[in-house]
Design a protein around this ligand. Structure first.
Ligand code: TRP
Length: 337
């Protein structure tokens, strides 16, 4: 039986962190044997918010590809695609945009939230149309082209991306009905991995929140972040029993020390282990995971040409698949003379 095709994407706007590792990278590694896996490096989508910093995007293309490879994605199995290098994605975006209404984009809750965080809203929390760009508002259209240029079956996503996939499905259905094309309506697969909180006590780890541990961090950098992590603030002495539920370090033990987490929990509650010892133990467990990742990453850092070739080869393959599909679509649309 033919393998189903999965497509996932990352915006190259920096390095990937442990939140990405728990939320998507780990499951990408698990899926690579059973699916044909495409990883899209969405550099054009990154421009929707980072258009003033193209050099950052350029460097990040390498950084996130190395992060993906370092966690164990096998370049023999997985296809890495640079979005800007696949013209048919942008052509398809244009055709899709003709049948997309502004309202359908404006009601998207993820667009609304992101518009707020990028300063594209006014004081009354309405869209500020003098700041909201056409490219940003329209990125779900382009994302639909990312997924459908190769007729991907499945898109693994976090909750924030669900409105986009639902948008894609509706758009594709409308397009197929209108032109008699046969483009696959993508399905999504929710990644149920629990969200990693920040070590500063924030509910989320995020680059923009300044609380992220990167896959490319050195052991010293990791220890410094763990050392300063927020624990139970009521536990002012080792002798006082702690409350793991309000401690960020405990949440990390759940994610990175699953076999020892029960013991950590009771030792904390019984005042049998202090916060420093608990942090040291976590540091050990995290390094056990990060060390092999660091080693692989180092290899690719020293072989940047290999990374470049992986991206170029994958992009070439994407063009072959996409050009064939777009030709069929254009024929149905009567845009070929
Ligand atoms: N919007 C996604 C994000 O911000 C990135 C992305 C771009 C994507 N194209 C995609 C995800 C296609 C899935 C499929 O993380």
């Amino acid at each position: 039986m033919e393998k189903k095709r999965i497509l996932t994407g990352d915006r190259p706007t920096g390095h990937l962190h442990l939140g990405h590792y728990c939320g998507s990278l780990k499951s990408r590694v698990e899926l690579q044997d059973d699916y044909e896996e495409f990883i899209l490096i969405a550099d054009v989508q990154a421009l929707t918010t980072h258009f003033e910093r193209p050099e950052l995007i350029n460097d990040s293309i390498y950084q996130i590809t190395m992060d993906n490879l370092a966690v164990g994605l096998d370049p023999e199995k997985v296809t890495f695609i640079q979005q800007s290098g696949v013209p048919c994605i942008h052509e398809l975006t244009m055709y899709y945009s003709m049948i997309t209404t502004c309202n359908h984009l404006l009601i998207n809750p993820t667009i609304k939230t992101e518009a707020r965080s990028y300063g594209m809203e006014d004081e009354s929390r309405e869209y500020d149309f003098s700041k909201l760009t056409y490219g940003f508002l329209g990125y779900p259209v382009s994302q639909t082209a990312d997924i459908t240029f190769c007729n991907a079956d499945l898109v693994p996503v976090g909750e924030d991306q669900v409105p986009h996939i639902e948008f894609s499905r509706r758009l594709v259905r409308k397009f197929n009905e209108m032109y008699g094309t046969d483009i696959k309506e993508p399905e999504y697969k929710l990644s149920f991995v629990s969200r990693l909180c920040g070590l500063d006590g924030n509910s989320k780890m995020g680059k923009s929140l300044g609380n992220a541990i990167y896959l490319s961090d050195t052991p010293d950098e990791v220890w410094n972040k763990i050392r300063n992590a927020k624990t139970d603030t009521n536990r002012i002495s080792v002798k006082i029993p702690g409350n793991p539920d309000v401690c960020s370090v405990y949440q990390y033990h759940k994610a990175f020390n699953p076999e020892g987490v029960e013991e950590v929990c009771s030792a904390c509650k019984n005042a049998a282990m202090g916060c420093v010892a608990c942090k040291k133990l976590l540091n050990e467990k995290m390094n056990a995971i990060l060390d092999p990742i660091r080693e692989k990453r180092k290899f690719y850092e020293e072989h940047k040409d290999t990374v470049r070739d992986i991206i170029l080869q994958g992009t070439k393959k994407a063009n072959e698949i996409g050009n064939e599909n777009i030709a069929k679509i254009k024929e149905k649309m009567h845009v070929i003379i």
